[in-house]
Ligand binder design. Structure first.
Ligand SMILES: [Fe+2]
Length: 286
């Protein structure tokens, strides 16, 4: 807003000079001058509304992420860590500023579909999932893409990256069995960032791995699970390796800190916000 105000001040100054310098403007008078200023004020108002919409959209996303993480306390902070690493990789790939932001947003929202009620018992289950449960949980990427598509500005690159974030380079992933370059680059970046974060975080069934062990795992699955170019980039980039080390130090285990009541309140608030958008389609599982 400050930047706009400064720019608007410059325009105002030019108008004052024009008014002062041009004889014909004197005939128009103060009313005419106001007519010229009105569009500037209107633009300022519209810009303010746009910023408010942007902020409320971002807050809604934050809330949705918190709702997912309330369901799955072992992954607290996961989405933001994945997004931070994904953004660093996208920047190392020299993607444009807009593309980097798309990758970041898709990475923040990649598991948002896990907010659906049907996944709750699976996410809290500590023993091994049955094949049927695994198949059900694997539908979360499609559910995530459906939710992301509710926001029109997220349709396109962000939505396809979310849908395909479990596709594997060798074609053995889901939901569509895409392979190689057919997988959207944003999805390939999320796949490697997501797996890296999972390895750098303590889980109930294993301790986090040291950075060198993480790198060895990424190399082991180069060109099978992961895009080989991305593995080479992660292995060889000092910036990315430093980002992984920072992720490891930031990863915290917060299962004890999330109460059932708190979790329900966050989810209820997310659902109420989603439903308050009258133009949005109804979401069955909500
Ligand atoms: Fe996922």
């Amino acid at each position: 807003m400050l930047g706009y105000d400064l720019a608007a001040s410059g325009i105002g100054l030019v108008l004052v000079l024009l008014y002062d310098g041009l004889e014909q403007w004197r005939g128009v008078g103060a009313l005419g001058f106001l007519v010229i200023l009105a569009p500037i004020l209107a633009i300022r108002h519209i810009y303010g509304l746009y910023r408010k919409l942007q902020n409320s959209g971002r807050e809604l996303l934050d809330l949705m992420v918190k709702a997912i993480e309330a369901r799955d306390p072992y992954t607290s902070g996961h989405s933001v860590r994945v997004a931070t690493l994904a953004k660093a990789i996208a920047q190392e790939l020299k993607m444009s500023g807009e593309e980097v932001e798309e990758v970041y947003t898709a990475a923040v929202l990649h598991d948002v579909g896990k907010i659906h009620e049907e996944f709750a018992p699976l996410l809290r289950k500590e023993s091994k999932l049955t094949p049927e449960e695994t198949a059900l949980l694997q539908t979360h990427s499609v559910k995530s893409a459906e939710l992301v598509g509710i926001i029109s500005s997220f349709r396109g690159a962000i939505q396809t990256a979310v849908r395909s974030h479990h596709e594997r380079w060798d074609g053995g992933g889901y939901p569509d069995g895409l392979a190689g370059e057919a997988i959207p680059v944003g999805a390939r970046i999320i796949m490697i960032s997501d797996t890296t974060d999972a390895m750098t975080t303590d889980r109930p069934y294993r301790k986090r791995l040291p950075v060198e062990a993480v790198i060895a795992e990424l190399q082991k699955y180069r060109a099978t699970q992961f895009d080989p170019r991305l593995v080479d980039l992660v292995v060889n980039s000092v910036t990315i390796r430093r980002a992984i080390a920072e992720m490891q130090s930031l990863a915290v285990h917060t299962r004890e800190g999330v109460s059932e009541g708190g979790s329900m309140r966050v989810q209820a608030r997310a659902m109420s916000l989603l439903r308050s958008r009258s133009s949005w389609p109804k979401i069955k599982a909500f």
